[in-house]
Design a protein around this ligand. Structure first.
Ligand code: AMP
Length: 282
């Protein structure tokens, strides 16, 4: 596995080490890698000749300084896991390498895609995310890029970015990976204590119960039930919404279209997100 820290090293490595015409799969991450990330790397390895994984804690997408300061950084074990997944290249740039002297975001306004849910609760988050994904896609110019449905709204925004700007890359959505308990895998889970992990299970349990309740109740009643479950378990809820999976508009009545439940809540000062597909086919 190769480790590069400068953008200009990638075209040199690509031309010098890998066969010309080799397809490149790209897995952008913020590190603190877990088995969820590993599934993205493994899928890229299966579908491409070369896999590049970036590890970059992007400062512009953090809307709280303490979240950035407390974000877990575990480079040695990240390298081990990436190697286990047969990743070929780790791209580990500094903030100056990606931003120069201007650590600033472009504004990404894609209507309800960017201004609801995470967009409403984390001002500037999607601007920073779109800014870095654009920069990384430009630096790596992969054939395919892999993103998890764990960050479902992020994935939709990246698809929109690629469509709007006609970027020459295929975006590959990857399943949300859970622990056997049901807890959605997340780098932030390491900040939870034993009790916090138990409390956090309310999120996946509530989503799963809500999925079973679709059609049996109105969307509004189902949302009220889920909200109550989460608040009663002691989590601080940012949002729980039932939305159209393409437009992110709230669902008023059940229809034959793609729908998702998305949730964000705080446990022991850690902000967790989760989501569930409730489309008729799901
Ligand atoms: P992050 O390091 O949290 O920015 O995540 C990097 C990529 O891994 C994103 O595309 C995430 O959606 C994806 N990812 C993170 N956790 C999971 C998970 N539990 N299941 C699937 N993909 C995930």
């Amino acid at each position: 596995m190769y480790l590069i820290t400068n953008q200009q090293d990638w075209p040199l490595l690509r031309a010098g080490v890998f066969p010309s015409g080799a397809t490149v799969g790209f897995v952008p991450t913020m590190g603190a890698l877990h088995d969820g990330h590993l599934t993205l790397i493994e899928r890229s390895v299966r579908e491409n000749d070369v896999t590049v994984c970036s590890i970059f804690v992007n400062p512009t997408q953090f809307n709280e300084a303490s979240d950035l300061a407390n974000y877990p950084r575990t480079l040695p074990s990240d390298m081990d896991l990436a190697e286990k997944g047969r990743c070929n290249v780790i791209f580990l740039p500094s903030v100056a390498e990606m931003y120069g002297t201007h650590v600033e975001s472009i504004v990404a306004d894609y209507g309800t895609l960017t201004n609801t849910l995470e967009g409403a609760h984390r001002p500037g988050h999607f601007d920073g995310m779109v800014t870095i994904v654009r920069k990384l896609l430009e630096a790596i110019s992969p054939n395919r890029a892999y993103f998890g449905e764990k960050d479902f709204q992020q994935l939709s925004i990246i698809k929109e970015l690629v469509n709007r700007e006609n970027l020459p890359v295929e975006i590959v959505p990857c399943d949300l990976i859970r622990e056997t308990s049901g807890l959605a895998m997340s780098s932030r889970n390491v900040r939870l204590g034993e009790q916090g992990r138990k409390t956090a299970l309310t999120l996946s349990a509530t989503l799963s119960a809500m999925r079973d309740g679709v059609l049996k109740d109105t969307p509004a009643a189902l949302k009220a039930w889920g909200t109550n479950q989460i608040v009663a378990a002691g989590l601080r809820l940012d949002y729980l919404e039932i939305v159209d999976a393409n437009t992110f508009e709230p669902i008023e009545k059940w229809e034959n279209r793609e729908m998702r439940i998305l949730v964000a809540a705080w446990v022991e000062g850690v902000r967790l997100i989760d989501n569930a597909d409730i489309s008729p086919k799901a």
